[in-house]
Design a protein around this ligand. Structure first.
Ligand code: BJ8
Length: 426
């Protein structure tokens, strides 16, 4: 299908057209090489192919149209920002571009060089004028998770209106109260920006919409337990990435259709890889689109990724908000409870994460865990020690990978991953 010319739209958003064209070309090529080259993909993935091909086009057009209709757009970089509150005012929540190394030079003019690739990326996208999502946003909602992000938002506020949500670092009763207070403060800001009030009815709907999306993602996760796996880890990751950009109700309907198809595959013992292929669970830092490097190497080496213990994966979808509240305050408390169950390495202690890794590895019959850390990510690199010790006790093989968004270490990663998979086979 001939793609529409979005140049006037990008121009109106102040996008750097020449650099953006280059980016789209590189992305298109990478997408073709990584995704379209896979065999036996579920038919329903055509929807995801379409979404990806239009990720800076049609979706941005939709956002701008929504803005004209009086809806507000909120950009986020973290799982702790509750989409439910945004939907309650009929707003739109989008994850902002943070998965490619673009604009690094510009980013390094304001950030230390030894900053993780994810943070450099979201600065790079903004400073190089390459993220139409950031430009379309009315407000960026940041959070005090790791120190890098926390301090980065202070600088980011010079470029874009930014609200910083304080996320506690422990889960004691006092932290819960602080967290509830912070969500109340965020709710007030969302109301102010949108010019709308969060009502019980609006919030109930927002909770139901996000729960339905997460329930569909849980269904996908369960289907990946099958042997042979009915979907590649790359395609499942892509679905988990797109959930941060797409319209939630539309995304949920499409994902349920994909799951129906996968159910048929499971019943017919059809898969995308031989039943004997080594099964790998990836655990660690989130992989924002288009960060596909490590799972692509794993799967191109003959293994299959069966799960992601990650924010772009099960850490973000494991829990639903209780649908019991009647008033806005009660629902807000339910939201606070749900979000404080997320086991990000920014928390201390964070032993739930260890339990979840083991639980997932057992449940998915993973042969090994690949621990994925971005370089300079103190929380996940430090927590790797506990993961290492825990998996050793459990007798689960582990490969630790520390990387960034560049392609420079591809050869080295390939060698290490292939050697590890061979060792598993042996
Ligand atoms: S809930 S993992 S999305 S904070 S990789 S920026 S931690 S130095 S992304 Fe995260 Fe929310 Fe936690 Fe999830 Fe810092 Fe590490 Fe960079 Fe990171």
């Amino acid at each position: 299908m001939e793609q529409k010319d979005y140049t006037p739209m990008w121009e109106s958003l102040g996008i750097n057209l020449e650099a953006h064209d280059g980016l789209l070309q590189v992305l298109g090529q990478a997408y073709g090489d990584t995704f379209l080259s896979q065999g036996n993909r579920p038919k329903g993935m055509e929807y995801l192919d379409f979404v990806l091909s239009e990720i800076h086009g049609l979706r941005i057009e939709e956002l701008l149209k929504a803005k004209q209709e009086g809806r507000s757009i909120f950009g986020t970089f973290c799982l702790y920002v509750p989409e439910e509150l945004i939907l309650a005012v009929d707003g739109i929540c989008v994850g902002l571009c943070a998965g490619a190394s673009v604009g690094t030079e510009q980013a390094e003019t304001v950030l230390p060089r030894n900053t993780c690739a994810l943070i450099k990326s979201f600065f790079g996208f903004k400073m190089a004028g390459l993220c139409p999502y950031t430009e379309a946003c009315d407000l960026v909602i940041g959070e005090t998770t790791c120190d890098g992000k926390k301090k980065a938002y202070e600088i980011f506020a010079d470029y874009k209106p930014t609200f910083v949500l304080e996320v506690p670092q422990m889960k004691a009763p006092a932290d819960r109260e602080l967290w509830l207070g912070e969500l109340t403060r965020l709710a007030a800001r969302i109301e102010e920006v949108s010019g709308r009030t969060i009502t019980a009815e609006g919030l109930r709907k927002g909770i139901a919409t996000v729960n339905a999306k997460r329930a569909a993602l849980q269904r996908l996760a369960r289907l990946r337990k099958a042997r042979p796996a009915p979907i590649s880890g790359l395609d499942a990751l892509l679905i988990n990435q797109v959930q941060f950009y797409d319209d939630p109700a539309r995304f949920t309907a499409q994902l349920e259709a994909i799951c129906d198809e996968l159910e048929e595959r499971v019943a017919a013992t059809q898969g995308v890889a031989p039943a004997t292929a080594p099964r790998v669970l990836i655990s660690g830092c989130p992989m924002a689109a288009p960060n596909w490097k490590v799972p692509a190497i794993v799967e191109q080496s003959g293994a299959i990724v069966v799960g992601e213990e990650s924010c772009v994966g099960e850490r973000g979808t494991r829990n639903l908000v209780a649908e019991t509240g009647e008033t806005v305050d009660e629902m807000l408390r339910n939201i606070a409870d749900r979000y404080l169950q997320i086991d990000c390495a920014c928390f201390t202690p964070n032993t739930e994460r260890l339990d979840h890794i083991v639980e997932m590895a057992r449940d998915l019959e993973a042969d090994a865990v690949l621990h994925y850390s971005l370089m300079f990510c103190t929380p996940y690199l430090m927590e790797a020690r506990a993961v290492r010790e825990c998996l050793k006790t459990e007798g689960i093989p582990l490969l630790e990978v520390e990387t960034d968004y560049s392609t420079e270490d591809m050869g080295q990663l390939q060698t290490r991953i292939q050697a590890f998979l061979e060792m598993l086979g042996g």
